[in-house]
Ligand binder design. Structure first.
Ligand code: SF4
Ligand code: FE
Length: 481
């Protein structure tokens, strides 16, 4: 069983899964600087679980085995579990300042838990029991799971079975006695290169003609036919330099996403949790999305805390902290961070029990939380840029600071208040640059689904007809008119 950070890293070394970076196969992701920061961030989910102070948030009791488990492998059993999840995310964000990736698989297991129960109820299948065994296996080993939902989707005006290339949505290519063979790809896979298992799910609601696309199953990341191609990020070559210009050299920025190709991957039946039940695909997407959108006020709320601290320090370091507009803007940043956190707590507190007995957050409030994140995080970044100053876009290289020729000039002219070393000021400004840059902001916009997906849920769950009735009643308009 994986317990420590070292156990986790060793377990990744043994996987020998197929990962490409800049066109070349990577022999060992744990020894490659492009991946190390993301691995360090994910490792925090293991490390913090061993700290007695964080035991209550970071661990839970398995409802399947009665054993103590890492909360990232838990199936929520109460509202309290939902709230603790959000508190846990805020806590880890404080430690990493970046995405720790493990939430996606956590949410995939939880959403499938309720949906498999309901499929079995209707179709007499045994997906739920299979999933319970899979979850117990994940809990026993303390594995990290990728939540694999997003398909490449090709021509968005066409459905899965109408695409010119049938593989643009992941589908069952063949069914055999021992299992299924799947084909396709999953895009933007957060944490895929440093996980153990993928939990594959359909990407959208499906029609009867899309039967082959209604597939949910578990695939080890090192299964034959799985190939991962790692994505570029803003300033990602700074990870390779491993110096202070990276801003957050230990933990990187956002999650480290990969395009995962599934080329005729065999999946035994005991790892298949949906196969052809098209009418449940939309429900699964909706529930997974709510569980993942629930997170965003926790993880981004925690990142906002770090950024408020960094921005306040930047003001201290340049002697502007007493200016009234600086204090006002810091207050505004805190307001924006607490607003998104409020949403995550609210959707958890208003959560409900599914037929299977697990707990899920309120759909409308979870979507509202995520939608607010798409706006608030940009505003938080805008305020951080405003207060930190244009210097975050013009700082010299670390090499210049260390240069025997020009280092003295960088030291002298980038000095703020006299008692703070120039290097500390540069380190801090680099952290702000890292946390407010391109990839980090785009993740807040599109991670857990693009804002338009939340608007769709508003119209679906917002109950406009009921609201019309409220207005009619007050305006004394009879129901018949
Ligand atoms: Fe978890 Fe946040 Fe990363 Fe999503 S973006 S995986 S919720 S830390
Ligand atoms: Fe995300």
């Amino acid at each position: 069983m994986i317990k420590t950070k070292e156990d986790y890293i060793n377990s990744l070394k043994k996987l020998n899964h197929v990962v490409y970076y800049r066109g070349k196969r990577v022999a060992d992701v744990t020894a490659h600087p492009a991946f190390v920061p993301h691995i360090n961030a994910a490792a925090k989910t293991y490390e913090l679980a061993l700290k007695p102070d964080h035991e209550d948030l970071m661990t839970a009791t398995s409802h399947l085995t009665g054993k103590k488990i890492n909360r990232f492998t838990h199936v929520h059993q109460s509202r309290e579990d939902l709230i603790k999840k959000v508190q846990m995310l805020r806590l880890i964000s404080h430690e990493t300042g970046s995405c720790y990736q493990r939430c996606v698989g956590f949410d995939a297991m939880n959403s499938l838990y309720g949906v498999t129960y309901e499929i079995d109820e209707k179709h007499g299948t045994s997906y739920h029991e299979r999933l319970k065994k899979f979850i117990a296996y994940i809990q026993e080993n303390n594995f990290m799971v990728v939540g694999s939902m997003t398909d490449p989707k090709g021509d968005r005006s066409k459905g899965p079975s109408q695409q010119a290339d049938p593989d643009l949505f992941t589908h069952v290519a063949k069914k055999t006695d021992p299992g299924v063979v799947i084909r396709g790809a999953k895009a933007h896979q957060t944490g895929a290169v440093n996980s153990h298992e993928m939990l594959i799910m359909p990407t959208q609601a499906l029609r009867p003609e899309d039967k082959d696309y209604a597939i949910a199953c578990a695939v080890p990341v090192n299964a034959p036919g799985v190939t991962m191609i790692f994505g570029r990020q803003t300033n990602e070559e700074r990870k390779l330099e491993q110096g202070m210009d990276a801003g957050n050299p230990e933990f990187g920025l956002v999650g480290g996403e990969a395009l995962v190709v599934l080329e005729d991957v065999f999946v035994p039946w005991e790892r298949v949790f949906m196969c052809g039940e098209v009418e449940f695909a939309g429900l699964l997407v909706e529930r997974f999305a709510s569980l993942h959108r629930q997170n965003y006020g926790g993880c981004k709320g925690g990142l906002t805390d770090v950024l408020v601290g960094a921005t306040a320090l930047a003001a201290d370091y340049q002697g502007t902290s007493q200016a009234s507009h600086v204090r006002d803007k810091l207050a505004e940043m805190i307001h924006l961070g607490e607003t998104i956190y409020t949403g995550s707590i609210a959707c958890s507190a208003m959560g409900h029990k599914t037929k299977a007995g697990n707990w899920e957050p309120d759909t409308l409030l979870a979507n509202t939380t995520k939608y607010n994140v798409t706006k608030n995080i940009y505003e938080v970044a805008r305020l951080a840029h405003d207060l930190a100053g244009g210097i975050i876009a013009t700082l010299p290289f670390e090499d210049d600071l260390k240069s025997p020729e020009v280092g003295k000039y960088v030291e002298k002219y980038l000095k703020g208040v006299s008692d703070v070393p120039t290097e500390d000021r540069i380190r801090l400004l680099r952290l702000i640059e890292n946390m407010t840059g391109g990839t980090a902001l785009v993740e807040s916009m599109h991670g857990a689904g693009s804002p338009q997906a939340q608007k769709v849920m508003y119209l679906r769950s917002g109950n406009i007809e009921q609201k019309k009735k409220l207005a009619k009643k007050l305006a004394k308009i009879s129901e018949k008119k």
